[in-house]
Design a protein around this ligand. Structure first.
Ligand SMILES: CC(C)(COP(=O)(O)OP(=O)(O)OC[C@H]1O[C@@H](n2cnc3c(N)ncnc32)[C@H](O)[C@@H]1OP(=O)(O)O)[C@@H](O)C(=O)NCCC(=O)NCCS
Length: 377
């Protein structure tokens, strides 16, 4: 697809990292304390075959299956308390900033500063994330107000691919002239939808916020801008990553509090189906752009699973990727949904020389796959 004449860049990136972090050891200790209590309290039913005993989690499994060592979180105490196993966030009145707004603003300010612009230069705000703190008003309008930005704002949710889909929307707005500059933020409080009592997934997610400024290349003040050469988005319906939480839950109250109102996945199927689809999308995109995969300096992949990323990068490059070619941040951050590939980009882009190329890619629930080819200006 030929690109419009207007050249568009990512001119700034920001990252908010929570101060608290949970190691695998701490998480497993809390999980196993809950398992022991559960099995003890239900000993009779388990012995009678009415209930299944819960199995313990272990650190070695988590590291081998995912590559995750720790995760940053908004509230450690609530999560590792075996009697709670969920973050505890203090209530806020309508006159106080909501939690998602607060962390989005930190990331946004960094992105604005790196772009060398002020809030007056921005016309649109997108909050692109897997979960929204409330139904309405849009989180994006609150972020817009907190920063003092004029223009318009709206929320969008494409699960783990929210950021790449958001970048394409921002790019297209700049090309169309509906906004001069767009702030796109990804406040991801993933511990809010994670079932910490599920052994298969309790280790998967962490919390974070990222932000990106998208604007026309002409007039860009940033000394670290990346031109958006191409964006590709793809969605394929799947139930393999699903969360049935929603506003109609109160109409079927027997489902309230059931595990399907939190994150649920068929991890193996996701692995098997998503990896080839992502590699295929990026390989086709590069071929159509006449870019040899070997000429890429870096691939900033979605950060869900280290084995998944190794497989995808290997399929794209046709050989083992080096850590420098496909950097990992999920070891420290875990899966932060849409923010993952943006964190990898933020932390691993300062060594680029003008003209060097990279691909930013996300994949996740939907399924949704986004890939963006970037060139250092
Ligand atoms: C989730 C994931 C890490 C699990 O790894 P896996 O190698 O597929 O492991 P499995 O779920 O098949 O489990 C293997 C075994 O370990 C057990 N196990 C699962 N969790 C465990 C834990 N925390 N501790 C110990 N054992 C565990 C399972 O019960 C299973 O036992 P079984 O063979 O007796 O049935 C992996 O499938 C994955 O990352 N998939 C993609 C996830 C993803 O990207 N999701 C996108 C979200 S946006």
């Amino acid at each position: 697809m030929p690109r419009a004449m207007q050249r568009v860049v990512i001119s700034g990136v920001g990252l908010y990292t929570p101060t608290e972090s949970i190691s695998n050891h701490e998480l497993v200790e809390s999980f196993n304390a809950w398992v022991e209590k559960y099995n003890r309290e239900n000993a009779d039913a388990i012995a009678a075959g009415e209930l299944e005993a819960k199995g313990p989690s272990n650190v070695e499994f988590i590291e081998k299956a995912s590559g995750i060592n720790s995760r940053f979180v908004m509230d450690k105490a609530g999560i590792i308390d075996p009697d709670r196993m969920a973050p505890r966030l203090s209530p806020r009145s309508n006159d106080e900033p909501s939690v998602m707004c607060e962390i989005a603003v930190v990331a946004a300010k960094q992105a604005i500063e790196q772009a060398g612009i002020t809030v007056d230069d921005i016309d649109a705000v997108l909050v692109a994330a897997s979960n929204m703190e409330r139904a309405y008003p849009a989180m994006a309008i609150e972020v817009q107000a907190a920063l003092g930005i004029k223009g318009f704002a709206f929320d969008m949710n494409v699960a783990c691919s929210s950021a790449t889909f958001g970048i394409q929307q921002a790019h297209d707005m700049v090309v169309a002239g509906s906004a001069r500059r767009v702030l796109m933020v990804n406040p991801e409080i993933c511990t809010g939808h994670l079932n910490f009592r599920d052994r298969d997934s309790h280790f998967i997610f962490g919390d974070v916020a990222t932000g990106v400024i998208v604007e026309a290349a002409e007039g860009c003040q940033s000394d670290n801008a990346f031109e958006i050469l191409d964006t590709r988005l793809q969605t394929i319906f799947s139930n393999n990553i699903r969360n049935n939480f929603g506003f109609l839950n109160r109409a079927t109250e027997e489902g309230i509090g059931q595990v399907d109102k939190l994150f649920v996945q068929e991890g193996r199927k996701v692995f098997r189906e998503v990896c080839p689809a992502v590699a295929e999308q990026i390989t086709t995109q590069l071929a159509e752009m006449n870019i040899a995969p070997d000429s890429l300096k870096r691939i900033w992949l979605h950060q869900a699973n280290k084995n998944m990323n190794e497989l995808i990068a290997k399929k794209i490059l046709g050989r083992e990727p080096s850590d420098e070619e496909s950097p990992t941040i999920l070891d420290e951050y875990a899966n932060t949904s849409s923010a993952g590939s943006i964190i990898a980009f933020k932390k691993h882009n300062e060594d680029f020389e003008p003209g060097e190329l990279g691909v930013l890619s996300s994949f996740g629930a939907g399924y949704s796959i986004g890939s963006i080819v970037l060139k250092r200006v």
